[in-house]
Design a protein around this ligand. Structure first.
Ligand code: FES
Length: 341
C-alpha cells in the first residue's frame, strides 16, 4: 500500500500538477522532484518565496519550524511549501502562472560596471553578467550577491528588465556598518567580479491585468517598480492606469526623479506621486507618506492590483489602507526589506 500523499498544485493559467509527497517530505521537495515550476529560494521557511494557499484538505507547517508567515496569513490558508507536510489529500493554489518558475535560479559571475552614489544613502550599482551565463527574470524579482571576500549574501531587486541583460542595475541603501555598504563605499570598482544567484521571488508584475496597477515604494523599494514600469511601457495596446507612490525620509534621500519624469512622459496612463517624511521638498514633491497619497478619489476597484516594496511598517500600513480603499487582499503583493548589517 502506498504511503505517499496526493497533492495538487494549481497555477493562475489553469495548469495543474499532481504530486505524490513521501512521508517526512515537504510539498516543495515533491514539487522539485517532479520538476514542477514552483518558485522557491531558502528552503528553510524564512524567505516567503514558496508561498501558496491551501484551498482543499489539511496541511500544516512542520512543528518547531519558525516560518515567516503572520498568524492571520496562516488562518487564511497560506502555507510555505518548503515547510509544509500534507495531512491527507489536498490542493494548493499559487499566485503566478506556470511559466514563472520555469527558469530555475542560476549561479553566475558578474563584472562591476559602475558604483554611483545617487542620494545621501543610496548607491546605484551596475553589473554586467559575464559571458557564458544566461538568466531570465520577471520585473520585480531579486538576485542574491555574495559580498566579495566574505560568505555574506545580500538580496536586491533588479531595477532593470531581463531584456536589458547582460546589464543589471540595483539600487542599494547604504547602512552605517553594513558589510555590503562598506564594500561598496570603500572597495568596489569597475571590473571587480561578484558572484550572484537568482532570480528569486514571487513579487513580480501581473502583466495581463488590465485593472489599475498601484505601486507603493519606500526608499530603495523603488527598484522593482522601475523594472515593472519599464515592462508596462512595452505592454501592447491599451496600458492599465498606473499610480506609483514613492516616499523617502528626507529630500536628500530622493533619487531617480528624472527617470520617473521620463516614465510619465512615455506613459500617459501613469501618475507618479512623491513624498518625503520631513524637510523642505523640491517642486512636485509633497510632505507626507506614500501610503496616504492614495485616496478614495483614485477609484480603486477590488480587481485593482497593488505592489508594495519597502520596510515592514510601510507594508503593513499600505496593506490596511488599500484594503480599506476596496482592493481584494489577494490582489495585494508585497516585498518587504529588512535592513541587515
Ligand atoms: S523557499 Fe524560502 S520560505 Fe520556502
Amino acid at each position: 500500500m502506498s504511503t505517499t500523499t496526493k497533492v495538487v498544485l494549481g497555477f493562475t493559467d489553469g495548469v495543474e500538477h499532481e504530486l505524490l509527497v513521501q512521508p517526512g517530505h515537504s510539498v516543495l521537495d515533491a514539487a522539485l522532484e517532479g520538476e514542477v515550476p514552483i518558485l522557491f529560494q531558502c528552503r528553510t521557511g524564512s524567505c516567503g518565496s514558496c508561498l501558496a494557499r491551501l484551498v482543499e484538505g489539511k496541511a500544516e507547517h512542520r512543528s518547531g519550524l519558525a516560518v515567516s508567515l503572520l498568524p492571520g496569513e496562516r488562518e487564511q490558508g497560506y502555507r510555505l511549501l518548503c515547510a509544509t507536510e500534507p495531512k491527507g489529500e489536498c490542493r494548493f493554489s499559487v499566485a503566478y502562472d506556470s511559466a514563472a518558475g520555469a527558469g530555475r535560479p542560476i549561479e553566475a559571475k558578474c563584472f562591476v560596471n559602475a558604483v554611483e552614489r545617487i542620494a545621501n544613502d543610496v548607491i546605484r550599482f551596475e553589473l554586467e553578467l559575464a559571458e557564458g551565463y544566461s538568466m531570465d527574470f520577471r520585473p520585480g524579482q531579486f538576485i542574491q550577491i555574495k559580498v566579495p571576500g566574505t560568505e555574506v549574501v545580500r538580496s536586491y531587486s533588479m531595477a532593470t528588465m531581463a531584456s536589458d541583460l547582460p546589464r543589471i542595475e540595483l539600487l542599494i541603501r547604504i547602512l552605517p556598518g553594513g558589510i555590503m555598504s562598506g564594500w561598496l563605499e570603500n572597495q568596489a570598482k569597475p571590473d571587480d567580479v561578484v558572484e550572484i544567484r537568482g532570480p528569486y521571488g514571487q513579487f513580480f508584475l501581473k502583466e495581463k491585468v488590465r485593472e489599475p496597477h498601484i505601486m507603493i515604494a519606500g526608499g530603495t523599494g523603488l527598484a522593482p517598480m522601475l523594472s515593472m514600469l519599464a515592462a508596462l511601457r512595452r505592454v501592447p495596446g491599451r496600458k492599465p492606469k498606473t499610480i506609483l507612490s514613492f516616499g523617502c525620509q528626507s529630500p536628500e534621500g530622493l533619487f531617480a526623479l528624472d527617470q520617473l519624469d521620463l516614465h510619465q512622459q512615455w506613459s500617459p496612463t501613469l501618475q507618479v506621486r512623491i513624498a518625503v517624511d520631513r524637510g523642505t521638498p523640491p517642486a512636485g514633491v509633497q510632505v507626507g507618506n506614500p501610503v496616504e497619497a492614495l485616496t478614495p478619489a483614485d477609484g480603486l476597484t477590488p480587481d485593482s492590483v497593488a505592489y508594495l516594496c519597502g520596510p515592514p511598517g510601510m507594508i503593513a500600513a499600505a496593506r490596511a489602507h488599500l484594503e480599506a480603499l476596496g482592493l481584494a487582499p489577494g490582489n495585494i503583493f508585497a516585498e518587504q526589506f529588512v535592513a541587515s548589517n
